[in-house]
Design a protein around this ligand. Structure first.
Ligand code: IUR
Length: 449
């Protein structure tokens, strides 16, 4: 019988661990029969020596089975879908995609997260809607899926307990950025949802976890292989994350932009992501023959208002009053009858004539985070009303003195240094010098075999 130090030594020396050995490690983590220092040593050995796809699948499978697995009625088989994003700035794709998929007859038990570092969290965004309750039991999730078709909820205590232990120790041992550990953490939670199909939105660029396309591709490929290894049809989309998705960043503001998108007034980049992810999921479930048909079906569910109706029903099912949900979904509504408005707004103006060449999403997100849009520490409160509205698009011709950013803030007010940082996030190039070209947002799609 091997001991935990034997397993650590084997990985430390660069050998491949067997499925049984990995299961033994995960069981010891789940049953708390292993010391934190031993877990830390194993995490560091994995970080340094990496894992093969076979090892990563075994780790993910072990983690997935460490707690409760969700189970669904037989008649939903083949229609259970979800997506995961590695995190972006202004990333509100889930808020539009979940109801659009429900309108296309899918079942979407979306388990989302909170803001991490400079990136926003879907749960935080939804909690800016008064009454919206992200904490739902497995039985409640099933009821909402039966009546509405989609829900967006937080992780329950019973789901993948091994991840909670490993994640905390990864943070404490500088081993967060290991491909097999990231993959195990993300895919085990999706696996526990008992999905038929999964799409992964892996971001690359300045405001993403991975800055360059090659490393994002490596993560995407490993996650897609692992998802498929667990029997979930998994595809990955690589999309650029240099600026912002859409024009609004900040919790309440992103809810407003999502609702506008569901009313047919969404920005092109957001709609491209929603239709690509949704189209891939419809294709993978076999509900449509190809991606183009899937994208069209999703776009029609948005344009026809069916996705908005699903969002309204989802809000009501998750604790929002009928009147609040109705007000938010009404045409030409004043969102601030319901959502909290910041007590202060200020507009920043352009300092020269030219073409908008770049807006640095990372720069913007860092300032907004400090102004309260993100958490200062785990569990700290956030200010849902803090955020920013971009008043220009890349490629726009602007004159000096043109308002380009509307900042929504409360307490603290932005410091002069933060205003300078915001100004620096905008690059304007004089007309003749501008090389601005509309870049393709979605780069590569990795499909399962
Ligand atoms: N989100 C997760 O659920 N797990 C991870 O390891 C990372 C993000 I990085």
């Amino acid at each position: 019988m091997q001991s935990i130090p034997d397993l650590i030594k084997k990985k430390r020396d660069g050998q491949e661990l067997s499925k049984e050995e990995i299961q033994m490690f995960v069981d010891a983590v789940t049953d708390k029969t292993i010391q934190d220092c031993q877990i830390g040593a194993m995490l560091m050995a994995i970080w340094m020596k990496n894992m093969t796809v076979t090892e990563t699948v075994a780790l993910t499978q072990g983690m997935m089975s460490s707690g409760q697995m969700m189970s669904w009625p037989q008649e939903w088989a083949g229609r259970m879908v979800d997506k995961h994003s590695t995190g972006g700035v202004g990333d509100k794709v889930s808020l539009v995609l979940a109801p659009a998929l429900a309108a296309c007859d899918c079942k979407v038990p979306m388990i989302s997260g909170r803001g991490l570092a400079h990136t926003g969290g879907t749960l935080d965004k939804l909690e800016s809607i008064p009454g919206f309750t992200v904490s739902q039991t497995q039985a409640q999730v099933q009821e909402i899926l039966a009546s509405v078709g989609c829900c967006i909820v937080g992780q329950t205590e019973k789901l993948v307990p091994a991840d909670r232990v490993l994640y905390a120790l990864r943070d404490a041992t500088s081993t967060v950025d290991s491909l097999p550990l990231i993959t195990g953490s993300i895919i085990s939670k999706k696996g526990a949802e008992s999905l038929s199909a999964l799409v992964l939105d892996v971001k690359f660029g300045r405001a993403a976890l991975y800055k360059d396309l090659d490393s994002a591709k490596e993560l995407a490929q490993l996650m897609a292989n692992t998802g498929n290894g667990l029997g979930i049809r998994t595809a990955a989309v690589l999309s650029s994350m240099d600026s912002t998705i859409g024009r609004y960043v900040g919790n309440s503001l992103e809810v407003i932009e999502s609702l506008e998108t569901l009313k047919g007034n969404g920005p092109d980049d957001l709609m491209e992501l929603v239709t690509t992810h949704g189209g891939l999921l419809l294709m993978m479930t076999g509900m449509v023959p190809d991606l183009t048909t899937g994208k069209t079906k999703i776009a029609q569910a948005v344009a026809g208002g069916q996705a908005l109706s699903k969002f309204q029903a989802m809000m009501e099912a998750q604790g929002v009053t009928k009147e609040t949900a109705r007000l938010l979904c009404a045409k030409n509504t004043d969102y601030y009858q319901v959502l909290r408005k910041s007590s202060h707004c200020t507009e920043l103006e352009t300092q020269e004539n030219g073409v908008v060449e770049d807006v640095d999403g990372m720069c913007l997100a860092q300032v907004l985070h400090k102004l309260g849009a993100g958490r200062s520490s785990a569990g700290a409160p956030i200010n849902h009303s803090v955020g920013a509205e971009l008043l220009v698009s890349l490629g726009d011709k602007v004159k000096k003195g043109f308002p380009w950013l509307k900042l929504h803030y409360e307490d603290p007010a932005p410091t002069p240094e933060q205003i300078t940082q915001l100004r620096k996030s905008l690059t304007i190039v004089s007309g003749e010098k501008s090389k601005y070209q509309k870049k393709k947002l979605v780069k590569v799609t990795l499909l399962p075999d």
